[in-house]
Design a protein. Sequence first.
Length: 76
Amino acid sequence: LVCLTTRTNPSNLPYKETLEATLDSLERAGVWECLVTQPVDHWELATSEQETGLGTCANDGFISGIIYLYRKQETV
């Protein structure tokens, strides 16, 4: 199993998009199988104002995030 996580705040969106494109590619190639994609509202405490953005940071200063759980497929 492979577990990956990332933040979903505005400054991290380019990384998140690249990560998801890579995961989609691995899934289409039959190398990995997606088991769970779980958003998390209070993932990580923001360490700067730059990390916070409208709709991504609650009043308590937490950044939302997402968890990806994949299973590596056996190679023949």
